[in-house]
Design a protein around this ligand. Structure first.
Ligand code: SF4
Length: 335
């Protein structure tokens, strides 16, 4: 099991490596292998912060990271929370997208070692042989052509992706490199969601009961107002004002946690994907993509303590000392 398997545990080669290593999940769980704790963190961070990145002070080795993925799939199947599977798959895909960009664009190596992944390798992984460089060369193209069937299969919702807005010739749709990454994110999301939720036998579910409760408690601790009669950006808490400004800026990009916090906050205000995308604008493509998939407050927005833990509690003011959740702040500011 190598660094690529650790960063992309949903790759077929990672699944094979786990199979060839003869790993027995029941034994891992019974013995409390570190992959169980990392699997818990994987699911919990996915559901409360929109990322599966490890906490920087708690790095595990490549083997543990790979093994945490099948355990996370079991855990998320056991968690009793609306939209858990969909949110988990979306968060795995968001993190993969960020890693793809790091490796394709910056040639950055994983902290776990190994060569940077190539775009061709990922296209092969998802059987996207129908994606070709539009200029027919191998030299750093900025546009690609995608077979229309593949495009329709993977394109997210949203006006920008509608086929009528696209250049279409001989059954091929032209996309930018950034858009190709969005399509790959979608392919990852599909791969991760495939087969979930699992049917988990008792011999696995029983020893994981306490871990599942821990995840559910982290989701349930957030108490906050749940309905609002209007959207007033002037009443947003300082963190959301700052995240909105960053999302609209061409110069700054949001962390996965910041993107998740802002999108889930807007969803909790009752905004749909179109309204959220209009409010945010399209400077941050990943955020616009996430907002496009917003489903009316499906994902609970993070509490102030979670925002602090993920470094997205920004410029707290006097009112912040009296509340525990950004939505509580908003409800008070609206009065
Ligand atoms: S205390 Fe809460 S509402 Fe205030 S800035 Fe921090 S996260 Fe936002």
């Amino acid at each position: 099991m190598d660094a690529h398997h650790a960063r992309y545990p949903f790759f077929e080669s990672a699944r094979q490596a786990v199979g060839e290593a003869g790993v027995d999940l029941v034994t891992l769980i019974r013995e409390g292998h570190p992959a169980v704790e990392r699997g818990r963190e994987r699911v919990q961070r996915a559901l409360v912060a929109g990322t599966v990145e490890q906490a920087s002070d708690q790095r595990v080795d490549a083997r543990t990271e790979v093994l945490s993925y099948p355990i996370a799939r079991v855990l998320v199947s056991l968690v009793d929370a609306p939209g858990a599977v969909e949110k988990y798959a979306a968060s795995e895909a968001t993190t993969a997208h960020e890693r793809f960009v790091e490796e394709f664009e910056r040639g950055r190596q994983s902290t776990l070692g190994g060569d940077p992944l190539t775009l061709d390798a990922v296209l092969r992984e998802f059987d996207l042989a129908s994606v070709v460089r539009s200029d027919g060369t191998d030299t750093d193209p900025t546009e690609y052509r995608v077979a229309v069937g593949t495009y329709l299969d993977l394109a997210p919702a949203g006006d920008d992706w509608r086929l009528v807005t696209r250049e279409l010739a001989d059954g091929w749709v032209t996309v930018t490199r950034r858009e190709l990454y969005d399509l790959l994110e979608r392919a990852v999301e599909r791969r991760v969601a495939d087969g979930l939720p699992l049917t988990v036998p008792e011999e696995i579910a029983d020893p994981l009961a306490a871990v599942v409760s821990e995840v559910e408690s982290a989701l349930a601790t957030a108490t906050y107002p749940r309905s609002f009669d209007r959207v007033d950006p002037g009443s947003f808490p300082p963190c959301m004002q700052a995240l909105l400004d960053r999302a609209r800026s061409d110069e700054e990009s949001l962390s996965a946690a910041g993107r998740f916090a802002l999108v889930s906050f807007l969803g909790a205000l009752g905004m749909d994907g179109e309204a959220a995308t209009t409010l945010v604008g399209s400077a941050d493509e990943s955020l616009a993509y996430a907002a496009d998939r917003l489903d009316g407050g499906l994902y609970p927005p993070p509490s102030c303590s979670t925002m602090q833990a993920y470094d997205v509690c920004i410029d707290p003011d006097d009112r912040c000392a009296t509340i525990d959740h950004p939505l509580e702040y908003y409800a008070e500011a609206l009065e």
